[in-house]
Design a binder for this molecule. Structure first.
Ligand code: PMV
Length: 340
């Protein structure tokens, strides 16, 4: 079974989790389209009575040992929900369209692609409907990497329990289909690759540090308010309010890293220069372009498609020189994973 699954970019961030991999606050994201992982899994029946899932991992055509512990851990946690996996030997082959561990959520696309392959296999074994298929794909993706559960559907995704969102859950994400202004159709995300190296502090460590962060309580309360604010903005299509909220979420995420103990900084000097130039450009032109950040130095530049020519000219002239080898990735809000 083969699936192509995209990464996603959070607008209201998930930062801090419980021991059962549920989030401390709800989050909302755009699903991307071109930043994706393609994964194929071959399932071969085995007779031995195995207690752990037996698998081989091939990444970009080569046997991979560095990702193995993460996948081992994933299988050990999901085998209770997918016990049939113990009767098979899995050969997992993956390729990424973008650099992994660079702050582009490669764990989101890779864990969702793998989960969808597992669900295709489960669908082959038992009859399950589409709703259950995607819900469980999101549920097991979350166990691999929290943000991965938001990569199962296209468009705008919501993860976390919230009284105002029907069917919302801490256990899987739901796609927000209603009350989204057409102004967000084809929204663009250009990812400026400021640092392609692996992150110095992983997201798992970052989440863990939130347990003792002195601002965590305030952060979770603000995140819940921002969820309500963002829902209102998504409905009204007020793009200037959108820019302000999204940027404040990005800066708050990094301020939480800086106020953790031990504290750390994932932004680079170029990240700050880019941020300042984007804000100045917005002020000067009134074009609703804004930035957001993941847990890394790279900058996501978000803007409506209709301003593409002006913003792309600005990126090429004023921002690309701040990227590693001038590199950036042009992406946009997408339709979600695809079986291939
Ligand atoms: O899914 P994780 O555990 O890698 O956490 C990712 C958290 C952020 O990307 C920083 C924010 C988010 O909501 O995606």
């Amino acid at each position: 079974f083969s699936w192509e699954s995209p990464s996603n970019i959070a607008l209201v961030k998930y930062w801090g989790k419980n021991s059962d991999q549920t989030p401390k606050n709800p989050s909302i994201s755009f699903t991307l389209s071109d930043c994706k992982t393609t994964t194929s899994v071959i399932f071969k029946r085995i007779d031995k009575n195995s207690k752990v899932v037996d698998f081989d991992l091939i990444f970009e055509g080569k046997k991979n040992v560095s990702f193995r512990p993460k996948i081992e851990n994933f299988f050990s946690k999901i085998q209770v929900y997918c016990p049939y996996l113990l009767d098979y030997q899995l050969t997992i082959s993956s390729t990424n369209s973008f650099p992994h561990s660079s702050g582009i959520a490669s764990s989101a696309s890779s864990m969702s692609a793998l989960s969808l392959c597992i669900m295709s296999f489960e669908k082959n074994l038992t009859s399950i409907d589409n709703d259950f298929f995607f819900k469980k794909a999101s549920f097991i993706s979350r166990i691999g990497s929290g943000s991965a559960c938001r990569s199962i559907y296209g468009g705008v995704n919501f993860w976390g329990n919230h009284q105002e969102i029907k069917n919302s859950s801490d256990l899987y994400s739901v796609e927000l289909q209603q009350d989204i202004s057409p102004k967000f159709n084809n929204y663009r995300d250009v990812i400026l690759l400021i640092d392609e190296k692996e992150k110095e502090v992983s997201s798992s460590v970052g989440h863990e540090l939130m347990n003792n962060n002195p601002f965590s309580k305030v952060r979770f309360a603000i995140a819940n308010d921002n969820i309500i604010n963002l829902m209102r903005i998504l409905k009204s299509g007020d793009l200037i309010d959108f820019c302000e909220l999204v940027e404040s979420e990005a800066l708050m995420l990094h301020s939480l890293m800086m106020s953790s103990n031990p504290s750390y900084i994932l932004m680079k000097p170029e990240t700050l220069t880019v941020i300042k130039r984007i804000q100045d450009f917005r002020k000067k032109t009134d074009i609703p372009v804004c930035f957001t950040l993941d847990a890394g130095a790279n900058v996501h530049v978000l803007f409506p498609d209709k301003f593409s020519s002006e913003v792309m000219a600005f990126i090429k002239k004023h921002l690309s020189s701040l990227c590693k080898k001038g590199k950036f990735i042009s992406d946009s809000i997408g339709l979600g994973p695809k079986q291939i």
